[in-house]
Design a protein around this ligand. Structure first.
Ligand SMILES: Nc1ncnc2c1ncn2[C@@H]1O[C@H](COP(=O)(O)OP(=O)(O)OP(=O)(O)O)[C@@H](O)[C@H]1O
Length: 276
């Protein structure tokens, strides 16, 4: 197979949004659990509006703990986290932050529409407006014809689309995705990667934080990659991925793509070979 060159693909370095406001500021953050386990040690990280930043690292290196702290689900033992100009709890309670997990966690007895609009119902949004916003979110993920379906009538990829629609329905400023595509087959995963990038580009201000074990996925999606080390969890390297979007399918076949995969893999090898 011939490898397309950069000119053909229109791939060019993309400027980092260095002037955009900081949406997440982690300062000297550590987390020790009650059993004494130090899951995260001394993390400093600024994330800017509009970034797509992936976290990669060996199992147990604290990726989910970092996400849970940013989401205000657990507090740091030391240091501070600012989210969208306030505390992480304030950001979550104002519905500025949404999550997507590996398991789509849909209510099996409720229609796709009812699942997707649940965050609006919890906020007390009237039914008519919920329907309107729900329809828009379903359209974003291509599930507009499945509003009345039950989750069991959906494929794995469609369930994940519904879960993404539910996260987008409240128009979050920050989207936290913890291994969302980990349980999907490779073809579905790649399709959803492309769809996610399209949505992220359309929602100009939205910042995405994404956990994955898959280095190819991280390089394809991200503007920046945080490589994490274990015991205690910390960020060993931040890798900029300076290529413009949309990143067509062919991007995966370029020498540049391979170079970045190697660079991130090497950084991971320095932490734990099992990560690959
Ligand atoms: N509630 C808890 N109490 C005690 N220890 C915990 C708790 N939650 C996580 N840990 C420990 O903290 C460390 C980091 O866990 P975390 O789930 O953040 O890692 P991870 O990088 O997301 O792992 P994985 O990639 O396997 O999902 C692990 O050693 C884990 O066992």
């Amino acid at each position: 197979m011939s490898v397309p060159d950069k000119q053909q693909l229109g791939i060019s370095p993309q400027l980092k949004p260095t002037n955009a406001p900081i949406v997440v500021k982690m300062s000297d953050v550590s987390k020790a659990y009650e059993n004494g386990k130090i899951a995260v040690g001394d993390v400093n990280l600024d994330i800017r509006q509009g970034e797509f930043i992936s976290f990669v690292g060996p199992s147990g290196c604290g990726k989910s703990t970092v996400f849970r702290m940013i989401a205000g689900l657990t507090r740091p033992s030391e240091g501070s986290i600012e989210v969208l100009g306030g505390t992480s709890l304030q950001a979550r309670e104002s519905n500025l932050v949404s999550f997507v997990f590996q398991d789509a966690t849909l209510m099996p007895w409720s229609s796709v529409m009812d699942n997707v609009t649940l965050p609006l119902k919890l906020k007390g949004v009237p039914a008519k407006l919920r329907q309107l916003e729900g329809s828009k979110a379903l359209e974003l993920v291509g599930l507009q014809d499945y509003a009345k379906a039950l989750p069991r009538q959906l494929s794995g990829g469609m369930k994940m689309r519904a879960s993404i629609a539910r996260a987008l329905v409240a128009q979050p400023k920050l989207l936290l995705m913890d291994e969302p595509f980990g349980a999907l087959d490779e073809m579905t995963r790649q399709t959803l990667q492309e769809e996610l990038l399209t949505i992220w580009q359309r929602e100009k201000d939205m910042t995405v934080l994404f956990v994955t074990h898959n280095v190819f996925e991280a390089v394809y999606l991200s503007t920046r990659i945080a490589v994490m080390t274990p015991s205690p969890g910390g960020i060993s390297q931040l890798v900029d991925v300076p290529f413009s979007y949309p990143r067509q399918e062919e991007f995966r076949a370029t020498a540049d793509f391979g170079d970045y995969v190697r660079q991130v893999s090497t950084a991971l090898h320095g932490t734990d070979r099992r990560a690959l």
